[in-house]
Design a protein around this ligand. Structure first.
Ligand SMILES: [Zn+2]
Length: 282
């Protein structure tokens, strides 16, 4: 069901997998990979070392309808399923063997709100994702996702990063900014080129190492009933201790426990889905 594009260098080297549109409406990575595939096919960019596999559309049915998912969130079911029950579980069965056979995966996403700041997730720090994140064209890195999920004993971490870690490999998620922003596709493209250069897979100067601000994710809020966020929050907005963040229609108010940042606020979250996250400076 998914289409892959594979390139091999003359010399041995790293195996890098780049995924896009795991969420069907997040097309910045798809645009970036289409541009890269054209350049690789015309040999305007040549893979010197290693193996590069590109998957421009990981969720084709959702991509065609420009929606996040058809039946469930693909990035919460990323593990092999013996008896796949949903379309996304069938996709996971195609994508997992790729993640298992590539040392590094870069998973390109985008976010809900205009002007969203791009950032990377680093769930399982190691040398590969440290090298990769250092050259990604973003200022922020969010850490602590698996610990946060374990602490809240909620959804298991069946994400691309979680599955790669299970296989002894490395994955990094890059959120390239707002879905529709012109800059998002450019950030995605630059990220992949920088990765290829940093891992010595193409002939290019080492990209500059960019300083990052590290944010530790503390908890997330599932929207339990109907309600609303109290401001037009943007991802990474600074929050003061005690600030009222959201209110349920029955009057229950959710406040910030300490100074920090609101992360990934989703004003349109469905009941039962993640509403927002909260983090502090690491
Ligand atoms: Zn996404």
């Amino acid at each position: 069901m998914i289409e892959t594009f594979q390139y091999k260098g003359k010399e041995d080297g790293l195996s890098l997998l780049v995924l896009a549109a795991v969420h069907g409406n997040e097309t910045a990575g798809t645009k970036a990979l289409s541009r890269l595939i054209e350049k690789l096919d015309k040999q305007q960019i040549c893979l010197k070392k290693g193996k590069l596999t590109l998957v421009p559309v990981c969720n084709p049915a959702a991509y065609q309808r420009h929606i996040r998912e058809t039946e469930e969130n693909l990035n919460r079911v990323m593990k092999p399923h013996e008896n796949p029950q949903t379309y996304e579980q069938k996709l996971a069965n195609e994508i997992c063997p790729l993640i298992a056979t590539h040392r590094v995966t870069l998973d390109l996403h985008s976010t809900h709100c205009p002007d969203d700041v791009p950032f990377a997730f680093c769930d399982y720090p190691d040398n590969y994702n440290s090298s990769l994140i250092a050259v990604l064209p973003v200022d922020y890195v969010l850490e602590g996702w698996p610990q946060m999920y374990a602490a809240q004993n909620a959804i298991s971490d069946f994400s691309t990063e979680g599955y790669a870690h299970t296989c002894g490999n490395t994955a990094t998620t890059l959120e390239c900014g707002y879905h529709e922003a012109e800059t998002a596709a450019e950030i995605a493209y630059q990220a992949v080129l920088n990765a290829l250069a940093a891992f010595g897979m193409i002939e290019a100067p080492m990209p500059p190492l960019m300083d990052k601000k590290h944010i530790l994710m503390k908890y997330f809020v599932i929207k339990e009933k109907s309600g609303r966020l109290l401001k037009n929050y943007k991802h990474l907005d600074k929050i003061r201790a005690g600030e009222k963040l959201a209110v349920y229609d029955d009057g229950t108010i959710l406040t910030a426990p300490q100074n920090g940042f609101i992360l990934l606020p989703n004003p349109d979250a469905a009941i039962g889905a993640e509403w927002y996250y909260f983090g502090i400076q690491a």
